[in-house]
Ligand binder design. Structure first.
Ligand code: TRP
Length: 333
């Protein structure tokens, strides 16, 4: 085992979009190819259950997300790629950690607080499950189970990493240095890819570009990107230019320079959109073929995830044995 472990979970809700790819999938896969550490990437389906209670969309999203990671180039033999719900040790650890988690700490979690704030003052608990309330404990179990040292996440998840550190420190303070204290890593690119309207690309804003839609649909989305009303021939600035920002996250340095020049020389928005479409399609057409193939082969995806879970469980069960032993749970002899 390496002593640097990178771990991140992907909540299996929704369909992967370009923002997920640029912000999370692409950098995670790139870092997994570097030497000197182990990478753990998992489908956080128990976390998805907190939000999604629809069986079909739950399965569909798992299928799409698993296929997306593999089609995007994840090497499943050199990483640990698994489904959270296939590792029962995580839930055992979840319970142990719950006993080192102050209720007051959970009261402060942003997601829980936001749900309370949305409720009428007369019924602050309305619609709030224990799943939502305890969400950060499960996330701590995901992380601490594998002694993760580095946890790449979006800015909105940093509070959960702080909570994980807090929970791990309490445990360690009581029983000795059992857990590694993880660090959150915010990817610089993670929140920058704007959606069609210029806000962060997100399902809830309805402004996303799907990652592996067919080429015609991709073209349609690109044409919908918001621009200003400058006419062909008029010089266009690349500052605060949505189209250029998306272009830049896929283009090479020389492509970026030449696109900037062309816009400044008055290239029309229509032509610029065409260039962006060509660029995206060029990058996505090969993985899209793989994706389509994988999506129609859930049996194969299950096999990959089963193998990943088996390897991950090897680590989880041995770590859990140490944790239980430290607490006095388990065998007497
Ligand atoms: N809650 C994270 C999100 O919504 C997903 C997640 C679950 C996660 N468990 C994790 C991320 C552990 C990092 C580490 O983005």
């Amino acid at each position: 085992m390496n002593n640097k472990n990178i771990l991140t979970g992907i909540t299996t809700t929704g369909t992967p979009h370009l923002g997920n790819y640029v912000g999370a999938i692409r950098p995670a896969i790139a870092s997994s190819k570097e030497q000197g550490h182990d990478s753990f990437f998992f489908l956080a389906d128990y976390h998805a259950l907190i939000k999604s209670k629809d069986r079909d969309s739950m399965r569909q999203s798992c299928l799409e997300i698993a296929a997306t990671w593999i089609a995007s180039g994840l090497n499943v033999d050199q990483t640990y790629f698994y489904r959270q719900s296939d590792i029962p040790e995580i839930l055992e650890l979840n319970w142990i950690l719950a006993n080192f988690t102050a209720k007051g700490l959970m009261n402060r979690a942003h997601a829980y607080k936001a749900a309370v704030d949305e409720n009428d003052k007369t019924d602050p608990d309305k619609g709030i499950t224990m799943g939502l309330f305890s969400y950060p404990i499960l996330m701590a179990a995901d992380i601490l189970m594998f002694n993760a040292t580095h946890v790449p996440v979006g800015q909105d998840q940093i509070q959960h990493i702080e909570m994980t550190r807090d929970i791990a420190q309490r445990f360690n303070h009581h029983y000795g240095e059992i857990f590694v204290i993880p660090e959150g890593v915010i990817d610089k690119d993670s929140s920058v890819l704007p959606g069609l309207d210029g806000r962060k690309m997100s399902k809830s804003y309805g402004n996303l570009i799907p990652l592996f839609c067919d080429t015609k649909t991709l073209r349609k989305y690109v044409m919908k990107i918001k621009t200003n009303s400058l006419e062909p021939g008029e010089p266009k600035s690349t500052d605060d230019c949505l189209l250029f920002d998306i272009y830049r996250s896929f283009a090479s340095e020389s492509q970026v320079i030449s696109m900037k020049k062309e816009l400044e020389n008055g290239m029309s928005w229509g032509d610029a959109k065409n260039e962006l479409y060509e660029l995206l399609d060029g990058h996505l057409s090969e993985p899209r073929l793989k994706y389509d193939d994988l999506i129609s082969n859930p049996l194969y995806l299950d096999q990959v995830l089963d193998e990943g879970a088996e390897r991950a469980r090897g680590i989880a069960s041995s770590n859990l044995a140490g944790i239980k032993d430290a607490t006095g749970l388990g065998k007497l002899s």
